[in-house]
Design a protein around this ligand. Structure first.
Ligand SMILES: Nc1ncnc2c1ncn2[C@@H]1O[C@H](COP(=O)(O)OP(=O)(O)OP(=O)(O)O)[C@@H](O)[C@H]1O
Ligand SMILES: [Mg+2]
Length: 504
């Protein structure tokens, strides 16, 4: 596997800097996103920033990184107030950021994107890069420097975003949900790297919805709720319950959806896949080969797991009927809806309002589409309001552009739109990406209810624990084949996931 290099500041010589955000306030029309928030990150410290969807975490980071101007408050670096009104000024001040959504240029290659991040013109990039830092090397492992970014999986794109933020030799990193679509192994690598970066003197703000992960990586914590600081201090001083309580404003409810007592295995077959030729990365499909064959029944939840690029994406898209199909047959009884893996590029149009994005639903029986294709706006509004209410989307108005929703609230809209469309099959890729822990539990419950009502649900997730918690049975996609584990435990499944890598 290729490992590639850029000139990365060796970990032993990270320059140190102290970041102080003081009394920051920001309103968007009727919404108070931040109301007097202060946060200090000392050199050598990993400061975890927690809060529900819409609490104000990304807004605070956008202000620190010069993308938004605060209504009040200041950014102080090493005791000196700094005017930071653009990302360039933020970088000059020593800040690097990983955004909640991808910011790479899809048509450019991995190496070109990294060159751009370093301020080198993409065309002048001649060397084949390698990360000398071993942990960065692991994050870059398998990323082909010459591959266009549009061909990467979401996990790979996420790793590239992280590499992009750190290749600039910054001493303060703002990481906005960097692990949302990483596999457990990739997450472990990143957390180790973050700790090594801090141990060498770097300062890190780390946003996550996973409390266990916060505990692993963080020294200190700040919890935001409705734009104000509800708790701050050394992470070791607070129980997980106390953190959860500060986040949601009351004693925390259940954080794991109860497993469905018994899945139905007697439903009709609604998805029939026969001899589907899936191309794993680096392999071509074999037209003579047997391909993949399996059935999914109404009422069951089938979990799909795989390491990067094993053909899982083609499989999901083929079942959902999106794009040019892989050779073979896929029969779906009724209609399949897709919850895409990357909401920003495949799920929503950011400039469109909530109502307009609901109109994009692949709902054949859409009650708002008249016989001649005319739109019934009243019916469309009603559907939008139903989705917003049912799925707890926080939005002051359904006419505002979707890009001004927080990341988790965008995801809730995408999920609600799909499930409200009365599908017979739901195909979901990383469905709880960016949801806070309560919304994740609620979403798991909804997927289970959807299955119990007779819908076939296929869930693919980079998070094996999510699949283990949700699925009635698990299929492993490996080397373009589908393998059935004889036991649903982590070890057995993990072995199968790596099966194709081991065979020469
Ligand atoms: N450009 C904007 N226009 C209008 N409202 C905005 C804009 N940006 C953010 N908001 C609002 O500010 C509030 C805070 O949003 P923010 O994105 O900071 O939340 P967050 O804590 O990052 O949530 P998540 O966990 O879902 O990412 C939300 O109510 C959001 O709708
Ligand atoms: Mg956010």
């Amino acid at each position: 596997m290729s490992c590639f290099l850029l000139d990365v500041t060796p970990l032993s010589s990270v320059p140190t800097a102290r970041l102080d955000l003081r009394d920051v306030a920001k309103r968007f029309g009727p919404t108070t996103a931040l109301d007097g928030v202060s946060l200090t990150v000392a050199p050598g410290e990993v400061h975890t920033l927690l809060g529900e969807n819409g609490a104000g975490k990304s807004t605070l980071m956008h202000i620190a990184f010069g993308m938004l101007q605060p209504d009040r408050g200041s950014i102080v670096v090493d005791g000196v107030p700094r005017l930071i009104t653009s990302p360039r000024m933020a970088r000059d001040a020593g800040l690097g950021m990983v955004h909640q959504h991808f910011t790479t240029v899809p048509a450019l290659t991995v190496a070109e994107n990294l060159a751009l991040a370093q301020g080198v013109a993409a065309g002048q990039w001649k060397r084949s890069p390698t990360f000398q830092d071993p942990l960065l090397g692991r994050l870059s492992d398998g990323l082909d420097p010459g591959a266009p970014v549009e061909q990467l999986s979401v996990g790979e794109k996420q790793r590239l975003e992280i590499l992009k933020a750190v290749v600039q030799g910054q001493q303060m990193l703002l990481l906005d949900e960097p692990t949302a679509v990483l596999t457990p192994g990739e997450t472990t690598d990143l957390l180790q790297w973050v700790q090594a970066f801090a141990a060498a003197g770097g300062s890190v703000v780390f946003i996550t919805h996973k409390l266990a992960e916060a505990r692993l990586v963080g020294d200190s914590v700040t919890v935001l709720r409705h734009g104000t600081v509800r708790l701050t201090g050394a992470l070791g001083e607070f129980t997980t319950e106390a953190l959860a309580q500060a986040m949601i404003g009351r004693a925390s409810a259940r954080t794991v959806a109860p497993k469905r007592p018994s899945a139905r295995s007697d439903g009709d077959v609604v998805v029939r896949v026969r001899n589907l030729q899936l191309a794993a990365r680096g392999q071509s499909t074999n037209p003579e080969g047997s391909g993949v064959s399996f059935d999914v029944r109404a009422g069951e939840i089938v979990g799909l797991v795989a390491i990067e690029g094993q053909g899982q994406r083609e499989l999901l898209l083929a079942i959902a009927g999106v794009g040019s199909a892989a050779p073979g047959t896929v029969e779906v009884v009724g209609r399949a809806v897709l919850i895409p893996e990357d909401r920003t590029t495949e799920g929503i149009i950011g400039e469109f309002s909530l109502v307009e994005n609901i109109a994009l639903a692949s709902d054949a029986a859409a009650p708002w589409v008249g016989r001649w294709g005319t739109l019934d706006w009243e019916a469309l509004r009603q559907r939008t309001e139903m989705v917003v209410r049912t799925y707890g989307v926080q939005a002051p108005s359904t006419d505002m552009p979707v890009r001004s929703l927080s990341g988790g609230n965008q995801q809730k809209l995408v999920l609600g739109r799909a499930l409200a469309a009365n599908p017979s099959v739901v195909v979901a890729g990383n469905p709880t990406r960016g949801l806070d822990f309560q919304a994740t539990t609620e979403m798991h419950q909804r997927l289970q209810e959807t299955a119990s009502s007779g819908v076939a649900v296929l869930v693919y997730s980079n998070d094996l624990d999510e699949v283990l918690a949700l699925a009635d049975r698990i299929l492993v996609v490996s080397g373009g084949q589908v393998l059935i584990p004889d036991r649903a435990d982590r070890d057995t499944i993990g072995q199968l996931m790596l099966a194709a890598e081991r065979t020469p």
